[in-house]
Write a protein that binds this ligand. Structure first.
Ligand code: NAD
Length: 415
């Protein structure tokens, strides 16, 4: 049972398990079990009422062996150092599995952005960059959006860093607005990446994608674009949901119409021709493909036995507990893990950084075709590992990634 472990202990357990499966030396685990460096900072902010409030922030570099650290910054009341460290390790493995030249990083600030004015949020964002300034840079560490940070926050990050440097440095963060060097195709990148993975996985398990039935949990950035993309493959999206609940129509929903409806009404509930279901019911529907694309830990030891899909593609980060993963695999369900299935986002962030460094910008078609190549190749490599070692796809994804990091460690002469 791993569900009660802290996020860091969980990821350490996963690293150890994979090092053993690959027959790697203990020294590789010793190097990878903790981040290379962590910075804790205090950020004083002069609030609108004239008082000063100090916020605690973190930035962790789990690994810079394969390239500069890459990973988002989370503004949330529940941010902890343990979680930031674990998330930085996940970024190392996510970048490694798609073979982009990055290590893993993550940051966070303990705050509730919903209680801050725009002015206070801007001051906090700029203060965070001043505090971690020595740790970041286009060749060192490239932050990006995460929970409750967005393109505007990235614009402030980039501006503050550029002011400190004395010249424009768009390559220091990704997820920026297009006008400041953001990439075309970034908004739909994670969902599009999921779509390529669904297509490839369906071929491998002999699932006819045409008219295959699909349930998508969550219809935000990831779930919305995944639903659109999977429908374009010819599949029938029969269920979608948001935080208020889900909708179901066995004859198929039009994802574009559902997303438009949600934009207008604030929820998918009440979409014409659909019947309301709960988020829990959505997970257990009799469908071919399930895409959890909202929250972590929604498929657990309690409900895994009731999942009926043949293929689960993890759009969200950590939607399946390790215990549930074992149950699904035991039932013969093909599970494509988050570090592969949702790596389209970081891949297009990488394209954004490359374009910033070149000062030469690609069309959306170029972005999507490069994304397709990377996702398809990564899927194939993980699938080969899954067959070669007779392991589940989650272990296989970590094995592909950790093998790459371990090779680099050895070539550098660290062990
Ligand atoms: P988002 O905020 O755009 O959308 C989240 C969606 O989930 C919304 O539709 C919301 O209504 C729904 N939701 C919230 N609570 C829910 C609940 N209890 N039950 C069902 N649905 C609920 O977020 P996003 O960017 O789409 O991210 C979703 C997941 O994907 C997260 O785990 C995130 O870490 C992960 N992810 C996102 C990206 C990215 O590029 N955006 C990349 C990799 C991973």
């Amino acid at each position: 049972m791993t569900e009660e472990l802290s996020p860091l202990k969980n990821v350490q357990k996963q690293i150890k398990n994979v090092c053993e499966k690959l027959g790697l030396e203990d020294s590789i685990y010793e190097i990878l079990k903790e981040p290379e460096r962590v910075l804790e900072v205090s950020i004083p902010v002069k609030m609108d009422d004239g008082t000063v409030q100090t916020f605690t922030g973190y930035r962790a570099h789990h690994s810079t062996i394969l390239g500069p650290a890459k990973g988002g910054v989370r503004f949330h009341p529940n941010v902890t150092l343990d979680e930031v460290k674990a998330l930085s390790a996940w970024m190392t493995f996510k970048c490694g599995v798609v073979g982009i030249p990055y290590g893993g990083g993550k940051g966070g600030v303990i705050c509730n952005p919903k209680e801050l004015s725009r002015n206070e949020l801007e001051k906090l964002s700029r203060g965070y960059i001043r505090a971690i300034y020595t740790m970041i840079g286009p060749d060192k560490d490239i932050p990006a959006p995460d929970v409750y940070t967005n393109a505007q926050v990235m614009a402030w990050f980039m501006d503050e860093y550029s002011l400190l440097k004395g010249y424009n440095s768009p390559g220091v963060v990704t997820g920026k607005p297009i006008r400041l060097g953001g990439s075309l195709g970034r908004a739909a990148a994670t969902g599009n990446g999921c779509t390529f993975v669904v297509r490839e996985a369906a071929k491998k398990i002999g699932l006819e994608i045409n008219n295959a039935t699909v349930a998508v949990q969550g219809c935000g950035n990831v779930g919305g674009s995944a639903a659109r993309g999977i429908e374009r493959l010819g599949a029938k999206v029969v269920a979608m949901s948001d935080s208020k609940g889900g909708i179901y129509n066995p004859d198929g929903l039009d994802p574009n119409a559902v997303l438009e409806y949600k934009k207008e009404k604030g929820s998918v509930l009440g979409f014409p021709g659909s019947r309301e279901i709960t988020n829990e019911e959505l997970l257990q529907l009799e469908v071919d493909i399930l895409v959890p694309a909202a929250l972590e830990n929604v498929i657990t030891g309690k409900n895994a036995a009731d999942i009926k899909a043949k293929l689960v593609v993890e759009g969200a980060n950590g939607p399946t507990t390790l215990e549930a993963n074992d149950i699904l695999v035991e039932k013969g369900i093909f599970v494509v893990p988050d570090i592969l299935a949702n790596a389209g986002g970081v891949t297009v962030s990488y394209f954004e950084w490359v374009q910033n460094l070149m000062n030469f910008y690609w069309t959306e078609e170029e972005i999507n075709s490069k994304l397709e190549n990377i996702m398809t190749k990564a899927f194939e490599e993980v699938y080969d590992m899954h067959n070669k070692f007779n392991v589940n796809m989650r272990d296989a994804a970590y094995m592909v990634s950790i093998q790459r990091v371990a090779e680099a460690i050895k070539l550098r002469g660290w062990v």
